[in-house]
Design a protein around this ligand. Sequence first.
Ligand SMILES: [Zn+2]
Length: 81
Amino acid sequence: MIARIVLFVLVFFLGYTIFSALMRWLRGQSSTKETKNDLDQMVQCAQCGTYVAQSDAIRKKKHGEVYYLCDETCLEKYKRP
Ligand SMILES: [Zn+2]
């Protein structure tokens, strides 16, 4: 019984791996550029107000709200009262 479950999981995992690889291959065929829109979304620096790419910004959580800071200098300034 256990062997059957293990075999089923193994087959499922193998199938999933092949499927995801195939999907990645198909996506690579249609368009070479990856959609990284979520990462490149522009966010405003909480300290100086400059807009920076979300991937470059420093993410900070304060009082349950998320803040973005453009660099270490702004982060240090923002941390000070
Ligand atoms: Zn800043």
